[in-house]
Design a protein around this ligand. Structure first.
Ligand SMILES: [Zn+2]
Length: 291
């Protein structure tokens, strides 16, 4: 099995910060960007940015492959925990139901496991496992601060838009398959993880509200139309792209993003750089399988 270094048991509750080499990259990018005026809003921007329009429509229809399928993932294995009654919100019926779900637990080399629950419409354990495994690599690609708040990751059949709230994410099989062909399932997982892990603490915090007020515009129309509920989730993906994978967003677009939401990027860079205490990493049981 893969790398078990850094695992510690719940009982031991070990306390150490994650060692993220990307943080250095972030600092380098930021200091360079600040020197060149990239984050100071002094760049000339094309008209639409400060007009009625916004740089992009939404993260869901972005063309940038910000998180790649083969980027490293801390996903270790997926363990079947049997059938259990869990509540699942189902957008297809705009209602919440108690369902006898398939319960899996995804383990990671850092951070707590994530419960993955599948609607019984998946019928068999094998079918449910195959579906769950489409999402686990992407979950393992999230910075720990974005994954640690996901208590439950629910999967339905169907083609609805994904949704997330504090602690919970829901995705739909057909939409996920579409996102996979677009190479964007990872980006969608990141967007929803912000709802699950960050919104409650940061989306109404003073620093974020100040950043919204200080920036010239919103990065997407979806964010502008939903400044309370979607701006943070929309902005994190673009900020993450600039900060952690410079080069994956073309230079012209990078400049537009950096000049559109410099204050938000600064706040997000601080949030993403918060050292994570890996206090709840758990050793997976012997029955846990990689695939
Ligand atoms: Zn959203």
């Amino acid at each position: 099995m893969s790398n078990f270094r850094g695992l510690c048991s719940l009982a031991k509750a070990c306390l150490f910060s994650t060692h993220d080499p990307n943080q250095m990259q972030t600092k380098n990018f930021l200091s360079k960007a600040l020197k060149t005026g990239l984050l100071t809003g002094t760049l000339f921007l094309p008209g639409p940015v400060f007009g009625q329009d916004y740089p992009f429509g939404s993260t869901a229809d972005t063309v940038f492959d910000i998180i790649r399928e083969d980027d490293p993932s801390s996903f270790v294995c997926l363990d079947y925990a049997g059938r259990e009654i869990r509540q699942m919100w189902d957008k297809r019926q705009d209602n919440e139901f108690d369902l006898n779900v398939f319960l899996f637990r995804a383990y990671f080399s850092e951070g707590p496991p994530v419960d993955i629950i599948l609607n019984p419409e998946f019928q068999t354990e094998n079918e449910a496992r195959a579906e769950a495994l489409k999402y686990t690599r992407g979950l393992g690609q999230l910075p720990l601060i974005l994954r640690r708040g996901i208590g439950q990751f629910g999967i339905h059949k169907g083609n609805e838009g994904f949704h997330g709230g504090p602690g919970k994410i829901f995705m739909y099989q057909d939409k996920a398959d579409l996102r996979i062909t677009q190479k964007h399932l990872e980006e969608s997982i990141m967007h929803e993880s912000v709802h699950a892990s960050l919104d409650a603490e940061y989306s109404n915090a003073r620093d974020w509200r100040n950043a919204q007020a200080n920036d010239a515009t919103f990065v997407t129309r979806y964010a502008a139309e939903n400044p309370d509920g979607e701006d943070l989730a929309e902005s994190v993906l673009f900020a993450y792209g600039l900060l952690y994978h410079p080069g994956r967003i073309p230079p012209v677009d990078s400049q537009v993003i950096a000049a559109s939401i410099p204050a938000r990027i600064a706040v997000i860079s601080e949030i993403l750089a918060i050292p994570q205490v890996v206090a709840r990493t758990e050793e997976p049981p012997g029955t846990c399988q990689k695939d």
